[in-house]
Design a protein around this ligand. Structure first.
Ligand code: ZN
Length: 160
């Protein structure tokens, strides 16, 4: 059964509220994670607790328990001069900056307009209600090394 510090392999299909597929991992190439460490969005992780190999489940995750609500204050315009002169700033580029309350936040460039750059520090899935269809394909205990690192190793997990 899935409990804290289980290494869980699962297949999943993630859709948004419109039924559009956003991401998936098939059974042949499952995703692996270390349970109970906050590696999954909270609304999904708590629903996986106690499941067994072969269990299937549909889980709906609200923005609050997913990637958070959209924060309009994280959509900002910055001066092009704040970026290195020779940098080729293009939509889709990401960089780390300071968000609300000085927390480290990943910003995505949305547009370059004249000498202004429009950036968005919201997670791409912020504000989305997420629908996961999951199936558990394997469960094992974490190794000492995995617990030290705080993530799963091996197939579907972290490859250093
Ligand atoms: Zn590691």
């Amino acid at each position: 059964m899935i409990k804290k510090h289980s290494v869980v392999s699962l297949s999943y299909c993630l859709k948004n509220a419109n039924g559009q597929e956003l991401d998936r991992a098939d059974k042949e190439k499952p995703f692996a994670y270390l349970h109970g460490m906050g590696q999954m969005v909270p609304g999904l992780e708590k629903e996986l607790e106690g499941l067994k190999v072969g269990d299937k489940k549909d889980v709906t995750v609200t923005p609050a328990e997913g990637y958070g609500e959209l924060n309009p204050q994280l959509k900002i315009q910055v001066d092009r001069a704040n970026f290195p002169k020779d940098a080729d700033i293009q939509p889709g580029m990401q960089f780390e900056g300071q968000g609300d309350g000085g927390t480290r936040t990943v910003f995505t460039v949305k547009a370059v307009v004249g000498d202004k750059v429009e950036v968005d520090g919201n997670h791409p899935l912020a504000g989305e209600t997420l629908h996961f269809a999951i199936e558990i394909t394997a469960i094992r205990d974490a190794t000492e090394e995995e617990l030290t690192h705080g993530h799963a190793h091996g197939e579907g997990g972290h490859n250093h």
